[in-house]
Design a protein around this ligand. Structure first.
Ligand code: 2AM
Ligand code: CA
Length: 276
């Protein structure tokens, strides 16, 4: 156990798995009537429904009952709470709301338990397709009971890269399109599936060799960061510093491709030679 791993982390993981399961059951039930849901606008392209809120209420009730003294940092009910102080549950009750509202089967529940800014336990429950990904600090990452490992791809031409296209703050669009333009001709493919937590999960399970997005909130990234690290990958900002729970730009990879990936994403850097 490293100094950053807390002895209670497995209890916290079990509480997070149970809370995510409760929320997933609720979301699955509500998915049958997704066409009649009211879309409320958080901004012109960012929506929320009573399903997001109902799922977060269920998670909050279970987590605070099972982990006394914990604070919630939740996308819908406590988004302004600070993710870096004390014992917190960083929660996206429905990551991929736009997908959910369209009946596109790529959405999940994401919960990270962190202590003083260090992730201790993480769960990403893949609601539409099934599967519970979980990790505890220093003990590895798993899907159900199978160990997760990042990919071993070291050749950019074979890399499948996930991304999030800016959808709210389009001031990032030019920078993003330059990044995409440099990567597109030399990698195997780019995918934008609409749930950052599932994108990071796909890096952890070796389906994606990398993932980047220019702005993410704490609840989009917290659980996925621990999954990728515990599966042997790397998660940083665009400068290569460890990704922070407070949010911002994010670059995740299998580790082997990371320095090359950072070079490709930075405007002023000369792309490194092919690492293969
Ligand atoms: P959400 O569904 O929890 O809001 C990063 O792309 C994140 O942005 C996604 O995980 C998703 O989280 C959120 N998001 C909100 N609106 C979006 C949109 N119109 N397209 C893509 N992602 C969106
Ligand atoms: Ca959400």
């Amino acid at each position: 156990m490293t100094s950053s791993a807390h002895p209670k982390r497995q209890d916290w993981r079990d509480a997070a798995i149970a809370a995510a399961d409760t929320a997933a059951r609720f979301i699955t039930h509500e998915a049958m009537s997704h066409r009649t849901l009211t879309w409320e606008e958080k901004s012109a392209t960012d929506f929320v429904s009573r399903v997001d809120v109902g799922a977060e209420e269920r998670i909050r009730d279970m987590i605070t009952m099972r982990i006394p003294g914990i604070r919630m940092v939740g996308e819908e009910l406590s988004a302004d709470a600070h993710p870096n102080e004390g014992l917190v549950a960083i929660v996206d009750p429905l990551d991929g709301t736009t997908n959910f509202l369209h009946g596109f089967p790529n959405y999940c529940v994401s919960i990270c338990i962190a202590l003083d800014g260090v992730p201790q336990a993480a769960v990403v429950h893949d609601v539409a397709r099934g599967g519970v990904l979980h990790a505890t600090a220093s003990d590895g990452a798993f899907v159900d009971s199978s160990r997760l490992r990042v990919s071993t791809t070291g050749t950019p031409a074979r890399a499948l890269i996930g991304t999030g296209i800016p959808f709210k703050d389009v001031s990032h669009a030019d920078r993003y399109l330059r990044q995409l333009g440099r990567l597109m001709p030399i990698i195997s493919g780019v995918r934008r599936a609409g749930s950052a937590a599932l994108d990071l999960s796909d890096v952890a399970r070796g389906r994606f060799d990398g993932f980047w997005e220019l702005f993410l909130h704490p609840w989009d990234l917290a659980a996925g960061v621990l999954l990728v690290r515990e599966a042997g990958g790397r998660v940083t900002d665009l400068e290569g510093r460890n990704a922070r729970l407070a949010g911002g730009p994010i670059v995740a990879s299998n580790g082997i491709l990371h320095d090359w990936f950072l070079d490709m994403l930075n405007d002023d850097a000369v792309p490194a030679p092919n690492p293969a």
